[in-house]
Design a protein around this ligand. Structure first.
Ligand code: SF4
Ligand code: SF4
Length: 248
């Protein structure tokens, strides 16, 4: 049985069960080698999840990104045209329930965007959707009547969506509601730093989101970019993306 996995930018991957039927001319993603690719003059991937070690996913994605950059500046065509789409390669031994394998495929999808800006937007939105599915989907913060677990015994109805503001008169600072919090208690900023934040209450529950555990963030950003992703809280998406592009 062959199924397809659609990627963005008109690319797709084919899932196959039997690797014996595949051409020997495929580029094994585990052993990417630019000289080999330039010699073969084709770029069609083979991704065998039985052979791939998940500890190497980050290294492979980074290498693939570099190789994609080189071949997109050469005469080698990426993939093979098929039914108005572009076949990028074959996947073998794929388990669609396996989150790590799916994260690796998201990483491949990110690589084949045409521009860094598009790639960063895709990564940003994909990670935000993932974090939202955890926080809202599973109600990690245990909200009940707009009171989260951490603020259960207080009058606060806005979780941790507040910050200190400098005052001219009286005490130097006061705690104010975040300007991006909407009337319906949703966030208008799509701030990834806020979404990654976990307070003491969540950490006691064993919940923590680290950049190094999120393959898309860990693979495609340098240490300065990761710093901004983590610490630029109360900041709308377009400003974070601008910073990421500046420090790329
Ligand atoms: S992260 Fe903590 S303080 Fe913020 S909303 Fe969740 S439980 Fe409340
Ligand atoms: S920017 Fe952060 S603090 Fe402000 S509303 Fe959004 S999630 Fe809350």
């Amino acid at each position: 049985m062959i199924t397809n996995i659609d990627l963005n930018n008109n690319y797709f991957l084919k899932v196959v069960n039997n690797s014996n039927e595949l051409s020997k001319n495929l580029i094994d993603i585990e052993h990417l080698n630019i000289i080999d690719i330039l010699k073969k003059r084709t770029f069609l991937l083979k991704i065998d999840f039985k052979i791939l070690n998940k500890k190497h996913y980050k290294r492979i994605l980074r290498k693939l990104l570099n190789i994609k950059w080189i071949i997109s500046h050469s005469k080698i065509k990426i993939g093979v045209s098929e039914n108005l789409k572009i076949l990028l390669g074959y996947i073998i031994n794929y388990d669609e329930e396996n989150k790590q394998q799916n994260d690796f495929i998201l990483g491949i999808n990110a690589i084949f965007y045409n521009t860094k800006n598009e790639r960063y937007n895709y990564i940003y939105d994909t990670v935000c959707d993932y974090l939202d599915s955890c926080f809202y989907g599973k109600n990690l913060c245990d909200f009940q009547n707009n009171k989260c677990g951490e603020k259960r015994n207080t009058s606060s109805l806005i979780g941790c969506c507040h910050h200190f503001k400098i005052k001219c008169l009286g005490p130097l600072t006061k705690l104010v509601k975040c300007e991006y919090l909407k009337e319906d208690y949703t966030c208008s900023a799509k701030c990834i730093g806020c979404k990654l934040f976990t307070c003491d209450y969540l950490r006691k529950k064993g919940i923590k989101f680290r950049i190094k555990d999120i393959l898309l963030l860990d693979s495609f950003f340098n240490p300065i970019q990761k710093y901004f992703i983590k610490y630029k809280v109360f900041t709308p998406k377009y400003k974070v993306i601008k910073l990421l592009l500046f420090w790329s």
